[in-house]
Design a protein around this ligand. Structure first.
Ligand code: BG6
Length: 485
């Protein structure tokens, strides 16, 4: 198979930080089609050799196990080419078409790693230049839109040039091996399914905690905020995978139909429930990993007095027969106590305890990062004598150890799927729009508060688990976040 993989935004952060290392791994694993060409597109003038040197230098910042030797890079770099384009100029797309037609690859994938406001322009221009025939696919990175209306507008324009099956919306969380395992756990094993419902589950907690701050992305982040950056996409996608019904097959639309149903079942927010069930925070100066770090308002490119949230905790419910009344708690934020992404399924306690003193119930912890694994918390008798208390024990499964050489990173997986046209791990436009529809009342309420001098986000010290109000939110239901249990 011949492949042309074109990166718009070829010199940008996403390309060198995530995409090139992922492509290099795919190449190293022998998974890229034999006749692949990678064409990076950006605004400035460069030769192929200059572009290769630029990427080579940036590989120096990549995790050392994933870094190429000079010899490996030299071989990988033969695939890399560079093209200058002005993305607003039809003539530049015509010239790109001439170049691609010259090779007439079996598959052409355009990866839009540019600022999102350019997506409609690029898609419309690709369509106008005839670069949208059925062997072409376009990959769109988040954030896709700023709210429901802007997401719908992007989708409308994308649709004028590409079919739904040609337009692949990335949510890189779906490419994480642990998230694949979530599907495998639920639908490849019969064990949990009978318990996966309101009768057995007390509550579900999804935590996506980061210890990093906004770094050099202060300007982007300040106009985005945590709800748009992490909740509307990554956290909600995880929630759909936990809550969805079994799809009728492993087919992409069968899966996405079920995910969409979950998004449609989420309890809509009202001004009263937002005030009660959503907490937003903003980090203040503190200590992370023993290092003093500045507060959000002192980060580069963050405007004075910003109300942008760097933390969100919320409570919601999935309003259907399986989940009625079961609280789903989500929380995510920057500069938290640890980098820790996990889903905790808290089961109900036994209905009639016969052992003394046991307060614990079973829980299943699905670990996404930094480790990737499962831990099933059970209660066991040590056998130390009569009337002993049961002790918590856990069955731990470490997927990195179980499958040491076979794991592929999220972007590698998603790039290979995009090349092969496998859509399972990409977000369909209706899912994405429904997620915007659900978060929008919260965005509106915060905007309203900002305009009317209302309360902003609550402060929390960097290196903690967020504002105290997040603990109060869950304590109201008699529960606690997993680290407090
Ligand atoms: C991105 C967000 O989508 O996900 C970033 O824009 C965030 O702000 C990142 O840091 C987290 O991804 P991961 O894979 O490091 O958990």
């Amino acid at each position: 198979m011949t492949l042309d993989l074109v990166f718009f935004g070829g010199t940008g952060d996403l390309t060198w930080r995530k995409l090139m290392p992922a492509l290099f791994q795919a190449w190293r694993h022998g998974k890229l089609p034999a006749h692949s060409r990678i064409l990076a597109v950006a605004r400035d003038e460069r030769s192929d050799a200059e572009y290769r040197a630029y990427i080579h230098e940036r590989f120096g910042t990549v995790d050392s196990a994933k870094r190429p030797s000079d010899d490996e890079f030299a071989r990988f770099a033969e695939l890399l080419h560079y093209r200058r384009m002005d993305l607003s100029q039809p003539a530049d797309y015509a010239a790109l078409k001439a170049e691609l037609d010259g090779r007439s690859a079996d598959t052409v994938v355009f990866f839009l790693a540019t600022a999102p406001h350019l997506f409609p322009v690029i898609c419309a221009q690709l369509g106008a230049a005839g670069l949208n025939s059925p062997h072409v696919r376009v990959v769109l990175e988040k954030p896709l839109g700023h709210d429901l209306a802007s997401a719908q507008e992007i989708n409308r324009i994308v649709r004028t040039s590409f079919t739904e099956a040609q337009a692949l919306r990335i949510d890189h969380y779906l490419g994480k091996p642990a998230v694949q395992n979530l599907m495998a756990l639920r639908f490849g094993n019969a064990l949990f399914e009978p318990l996966w419902r309101r009768e057995s589950i007390a509550n579900i907690q999804i935590t996506l905690a980061e210890s990093i701050g906004v770094g050099t992305r202060g300007d982007f982040y300040d106009s985005t905020g945590c709800l748009r950056d992490m909740v509307q996409n990554h956290a909600l996608q995880l929630l759909t995978m936990i809550a969805m019904e079994a799809p009728i097959s492993h087919d992409a639309d069968a899966i996405r139909d079920e995910k969409l149903k979950v998004l449609r079942s989420l309890k809509p927010y009202t001004p009263e429930s937002i005030a009660r069930d959503v907490v937003r925070g903003q980090y203040r100066a503190g200590n992370v990993d023993g290092q003093a770090v500045p507060g959000y308002l002192d980060e580069a490119k963050v405007p004075a007095g910003s109300h942008t949230e760097t933390f969100v905790a919320l409570r919601t419910e999935v309003q259907n027969w399986r989940w009625a009344g079961v609280p789903f708690y989500l929380r995510t934020g920057k500069r938290l106590a640890a980098r820790d992404a996990q889903i905790v399924i808290n089961f109900r306690p036994v209905p009639h305890p016969i052992f003394p003193g046991s307060q614990h119930a079973n829980k299943l912890v699905i670990k996404l990062q930094p480790e990737d694994g499962l831990a099933l918390h059970l209660l066991a008798a040590k056998g130390s004598g009569v009337s002993e208390q049961l002790s918590p024990v856990s069955l731990d499964l470490d997927f990195d150890k179980a499958f040491p050489s076979e794991r592929v990173g999220a972007y590698e997986r998603l790039l290979l799927d995009a090349i092969a046209g496998r859509l399972n791990l990409f977000v369909r436009s209706d899912e994405q729009e429904q997620a915007w529809r659900w978060v929008e009342p919260v965005l509106d309420a915060w905007e309203h508060a900002r305009e009317h001098g209302g309360e902003g986000p609550r402060g929390y010290a960097a290196g903690t688990w967020g504002p105290a109000a997040a603990s109060a939110l869950i304590a109201r239901d008699g529960c606690a976040w997993s680290e407090e249990q």
